[in-house]
Unconditional design. Sequence first.
Length: 436
Amino acid sequence: MKRSSRIVTACTILATLAFVSIYGISRVGVLLAGPCTPGSQRSFLSAGHGDGNVTLARTKDTLATGGPRRKRSAAVYMPLPPPLESNPPISFGGCCGIGHRLGRNLPAIVYGVTRRARLVAAWDDVKWDVLFNDNDFVVAGKRQAENFDNGVPEDWSENPMAWRVETGPMREGTPYERYGQDSRYLFEMGLAWSVVNMLRKNLSPLVLSFLDPMREQYRDSELHVCTHIRQGNNETGDWERKKWRHIDFETIANATLAAMRHHAVVSGATKVTVFVASDSGKTRPWFESHVPEGWSVVRPGRVLPRPERGVWFGEAMSPTNAVLSQKERDEAMAEAVADVFALGECDALYLPNFSSFSQVGIMLTRAEGNRVFFMDLKRHDFVVYPPPLDELYIDLIQQNSEMRVEIDELRNQIAQLKAKEYSRIMAQEETANATQ
């Protein structure tokens, strides 16, 4: 009897442990296979708005506490190594619109950070410290011995610190294809995300005077969606001869709003805010007159005049902004910088056409774990930019952590059952011995 009871106990424990192991393996298997399998319900590679590609509406609890919109902790950003005083500073210049110049400057900043050097921004038309506070990594100043003006260092992305995350395949025929290799590297580089996050934390009071009033309008929304529609001020000035960048505005606007509406329905959100960045004065009014009832289109805190033709900061040597005073030039650039960073504070970013103006928004949106969508230029639907595959690893770690807790609880229950069974067996043996 004694031997039989012990065998039963051992079999019970082994069977339970086997169940725990199979349970754990099955959960890990689902996590590894599910999101990565094209066409699966949770596939990050699908072009539609599956559950994995939609930001769910924020709950009343998070709204009541002014809960952050971010999915990830700020700790996910790579810490930037401070510059060494023994290393000579590296400078960079600036030209043209804010999107173009940041697209050239960000690789230079990454280059300097990986070499533990202080960066000096030698902008001429609008000084760097008008837009960004001086900090440990970048300060306004004069050109240094190693200077890149508006150029990109050849080996800026080759340092081991500048590793890039892997992503899934992207559908062909979207504006994504028109971004150069340097831009695509920025989109997928953790260090570059940390650089733009550092810049966001150091926006100047002038820039914040444009950005903060907009933030107040979307801070408590259940869902905040954004778009940037580049049109070159109704395709005038420098833009007039750039036929390849001209768009059918009505088609673009209607398709973008339709995608946003679908996103809101799937997410369950009713309190929705929309931020529209555009160099055309008709874009925001169009959205204001077409969004569903109850939605709110973010309005600028300050409205500056636009040029009659073209944009204030366009091609090199463009005379458009020559009519502005320095104060007006500073304010025009600050307004643009505010819009650039507002595009990085969205639950979903919709990009129907190519523009370097959107680069920082793409980087921050991806860094925060939210979704970027590019329009299929022929079908006029939107394709999700596959998120970094490391998001799958983060999810896996989180799920495995939860699984370990559950396993520990099961192990505790097994230990308790084992102790009770052992006590019962010992009691039976004592009873049997007493009757002999």
